[in-house]
Each structure stands twice: as C-alpha cells, then as structure tokens.
Design a binder for this molecule. Structure first.
Ligand code: G3H
Ligand code: 13P
Ligand code: ZN
Length: 309
C-alpha cells in the first residue's frame, strides 16, 4: 500500500472517539519497533520526522526505510514532518514524498502565523498533502529550541476559528498544558480540558492534535536511574488524561520521549548486565522489542486505535 494522508484516519478517529498515534522516528530499529506493533494490532499509523531526525538520518534513508515498512506491513501509514519551521523545509518534505507536514508558527503573532501557515497550505494542497498548524505554545525542548515555562502559553479558543478559516489547515495542534520532553510537571499533572472543550465547540468535527503526550513510564525512569542515568523527577501525562483527550476531538497524539526512554532503559540495562557485549545487534534487538511493547500498549490501552483498519 502507498503512503496515505491523515484525512480518512482523522475522520474515523473523530467519529469513533479514538486517536491515531504519531510516533517520532530516527532510525531502522525505531521504525521497525513501531510498525511491528501497529501491524500486530491492526492500527493505522503516523510516522513523524523532526527537522533534527531528517538531518540525523537523511531524507533518502528515511524514505527508503518507511517504504520498506509499507511493503512489510501493508498498513495505512502517513509520513509527517513534525514541527516544520519554514516554508522551505515543508516544501522540501512535500517534494520529497511526505504526505503530511506541520508548519509550527506558534512562536509568531497570530497574523504572521496565519500568513506562513497559509503559504504552506496552498503549496501542500496543490500537491495532495495535508497540513497541521499550531496555536498556543508548549513548554519543553525540541531540537535546539528550548521554550521555558514562562514563555509557554495556552491556546486562546477565541483565535481558533479565524486561524482555521483563514489558513485552510487540515488539523490544529493546541496547547492545554502538555510539554515536550520527560519533565512535564513539577507538581500534580493538570491539563486544561476546559480549553479543549471550548475549541471543540468552536470547531465541531475538526481534528485536534496533542503534542508532548508521552506518559514517561516510571519503570523506564527507574531502570535508567539504577544503571547510571540521571532523571530524577521525570514525569509525564497520566494515561487516563490521554484516553480522555482521545475520546474528545483529539485525533492525533504525538509520542517521542516514551520511545526514547524505552530504548535507553533497555540499552542501559543490557550493557550493565553484559559488560563484554560489543555487537550492536545484541543491544539494539531488545531495544527494538521494548519499542514494540510500549507502542503496542499505547495503541491498545491509550489511543484505542487497534483494529481500526
Ligand atoms: O517535538 C519534538 C520531538 O520530540 C522531536 O524531537 O527535534 O529532538 O528530534 P527532536
Ligand atoms: P513528547 O516529548 O511528550 O514525546 O512529545 C513529542 C512531540 O510532541 C513531538 O512533536
Ligand atoms: Zn511536538
């Protein structure tokens, strides 16, 4: 099956109260772990690539790996640019075969964000590609950009209709209290479901995206800390909150940090228990298995997108 866009996936997810997982990919083992889990659970899938991942692995390698995953699984898979920061980057991904791009103008004024997003939408739609925009600003680290808590801001529901109408975007990422990375809350986790409800009221039937949605399983943090890591205080979004969001208008849930944690915990443990190991396949195979396990858990117990093909 060729790559698909997210249009059909989101429509079914919205109508049936579940969400599609959008998992960040950087190399072969990550792509295999994620796609094997989706295949085992008969789940539609979004594989997403950040600008940093594209620099790390190179566009051509990622395209070929995703092509291999399509051939291997025959799943409906969308290939998405995560946090595109310029028209040129979005255009390059569209020209290079991606079926979905995000243009993240969330740091701009509303007017400038609309202008940039519309420019990307016009080009993308001419090429059969869908676009995710963003309003409101998440805290946390992504690539070289580190947004402090003071600089983050919730999405203003008063802006969403104008943004969607003027840009023509196909989905909208909003900020309701999640953040990127493994340190999301210092106290009680709290998400602004009132904002999500108000956005849903203003944009009925429109797919919403939740970034920063890793739940940071403590079992991984404990393993990492036990074997020399330093992640005290790591805390993610409770899974019941993600399930609630998925049952509402959230159709795409972005997960990267949990995959990093699964992989790192597995490799740290393996190396500590097998100090003589030096064949990368010895530690990358269990790391890939750990990714398959966490992604399978997300699909079935958090997103609810299993058996939706
Ligand atoms: O939201 C950002 C993703 O976690 C990607 O992270 O830019 O370090 O690849 P990255
Ligand atoms: P996490 O850091 O919570 O996994 O969020 C990933 C993300 O939003 C990618 O765009
Ligand atoms: Zn993000």
């Amino acid at each position: 099956m060729p790559l698909v866009t997210t249009t059909e996936m989101f429509k079914k997810a919205y109508d049936n109260g579940y969400a599609i997982g959008a998992f960040n990919v950087n190399n072969m083992e990550i792509i295999q772990g994620i796609t094997e889990a989706a295949k085992a659970n008969n789940a539609p899938l979004i594989l997403q690539v950040s600008a940093g991942a594209r620099r790390y692995a190179k566009h051509a390698y990622l395209m070929k790996l995703v092509e291999a995953a399509l051939e291997d699984t025959d799943l409906p898979i969308a290939l998405h640019l995560d946090h595109g920061d310029s028209f040129e980057l979005c255009k390059s991904c569209i020209d290079g075969g991606f079926t979905s791009v995000m243009i993240d103008g969330s740091h701009l004024s509303l007017e400038e964000n609309i202008k940039l997003t519309k420019q990307v939408v016009d080009y993308a739609h001419d090429h059969g590609v869908v676009v995710e925009g963003e309003l409101g600003r998440l805290a946390g680290v992504e690539d070289e950009i580190n947004v402090s808590e003071e600089d983050s801001s919730y999405t203003d529901p008063d802006d969403v209709q104008e943004f969607v109408e003027k840009t023509g975007v196909d989905s909208l990422a909003i900020a309701i209290g999640t953040s990127h990375g493994a340190f999301k809350f210092t106290g009680e986790p709290r998400l602004r479901f009132d904002i999500l409800e108000e956005v849903e009221r203003r944009l009925p039937g429109f797919p919403i995206v939740l970034h920063g949605a890793s739940s940071v399983p403590q079992e991984y943090v404990e393993i990492i800390n036990k074997y020399g890591g330093e992640m005290p205080g790591a805390q993610g979004v409770p899974e019941e909150m993600l399930r609630k969001a998925a049952s509402m208008s959230v159709c795409k849930i972005n997960i990267d940090s949990d995959i990093r944690l699964a992989m790192t915990a597995s490799i740290r443990k393996f190396m500590a228990e097998n100090p003589g190991a030096f064949d990368p396949r010895q530690y990358l195979a269990p790391a890939r298995d750990a990714i398959r396990t966490i992604v399978g858990h997300k699909i079935v117990n958090v997103l609810g997108c299993n058996d939706k093909i």
